[in-house]
Ligand binder design. Sequence first.
Ligand SMILES: Nc1ncnc2c1ncn2[C@@H]1O[C@H](COP(=O)(O)OP(=O)(O)O)[C@@H](O)[C@H]1O
Ligand SMILES: [Mg+2]
Length: 190
Amino acid sequence: MCEPEVTAVEVNQRDLVDKVLARYPEEFTVFRELLQNADDAGAENFDVVFESTHAGCTSNGTTPGLNSVKIFRWLVKNDGAQFQDTDWKRLTKIAEGNPDERKIGAFGVGFFSVFSVTDKPIVKSNGKMVSIYYCGDQLFVKKEQQLNCDRDEWTVIEMELKQESTIPRIFELTRFLVTSVTFLANIPTC
Ligand SMILES: Nc1ncnc2c1ncn2[C@@H]1O[C@H](COP(=O)(O)OP(=O)(O)O)[C@@H](O)[C@H]1O
Ligand SMILES: [Mg+2]
């Protein structure tokens, strides 16, 4: 029982996420966190997709260079075990952690790195979809919705970017991913 003359400590969730959970010294940390989660789920494959607004040509009919293509969303996919009830519940808890000591993830905060690029991530897995969004400074998780489309065996994390951007520097990203993959158990390096 708590004492009567005490004040509960409060947390501004948006600040906590922005200043602590999604702020990293390294630019591509979100990919490492999602790679680790994919590996913990036993994935053998991990795809990153950069979605652009138009795939088309420039006004003079030429194909735009990679650096000028505008990207509005990143999709990160893996073919590991699909989300179960406990996994969906974990998305609603910051820092509850994972008791399974065979997993790389332990603290239950890595997923929140997605907020470094988006403020409304969507997770699709096991025929269901969950969206997470802010209302004021409070985060909400919309209850799982059944996906009607063809069942996808992959788990997909959709990140609509806070602001449209170009494709990240591919060489640096690749180098970062190669280093990150070295520490994984399942996802092969080639
Ligand atoms: N295939 C999957 N891909 C990504 N995440 C998954 C997958 N299956 C389950 N998850 C869930 O995502 C959570 C990752 O959240 P995270 O905040 O990184 O915590 P942690 O890795 O410390 O458990 C895992 O605990 C797990 O419940
Ligand atoms: Mg993790």
